[in-house]
Design a protein. Structure first.
Length: 139
């Protein structure tokens, strides 16, 4: 599959009126081999007890996998949607940023599978996730 290098961190970050903007997710790198983004641990992403909300971690993971798959499809003819996601939450975080790194495990014609590791600023594992993306023809 051909990689679309015209999808840049700047282009993704410019679109603020969506989940990415609401959670403060910022893309740092978009490459064929991996994508990297960071997300603040603040009032937008924490649960009432003051730690990173598991749903925020899953949102970061799905965002990375979805943008990754977008880079491998023909956007004129196809769309990509999340089909299944799982996450294991390993460590709690109270402040700073978490970093998500998504690597493709499988880029096929009808499905893509991504592994996403979310870490602290000190590179301690916070969450490990895997998402399957369905590639559908536009109707």
């Amino acid at each position: 599959m051909k990689f679309n290098d015209k999808i840049t961190p700047e282009a993704v970050n410019a679109r603020k009126n969506n989940m990415v903007g609401n959670l403060g997710i910022e893309f740092l790198k978009i490459k064929k081999e991996y994508l990297l983004a960071k997300m603040p641990v603040d009032e937008r992403t924490t649960q009432p007890m003051g730690i990173l909300h598991g749903g925020a971690s899953v949102s970061l993971a799905e965002t990375l996998g979805s943008i990754g798959s977008l880079c491998f499809i023909d956007q004129e003819k196809q769309i990509c949607v999340g089909l299944e996601i799982n996450a294991n939450h390993v460590r709690s975080v109270r402040e700073g940023y978490v970093y998500g790194r998504a690597t493709p495990l499988h880029i096929g014609r009808s499905t893509h599978i991504w592994e996403i590791k979310i870490t602290t600023e000190e590179e301690k594992l916070v969450c490990i996730s895997r998402i399957t993306i369905a590639i559908l023809d536009k109707k």
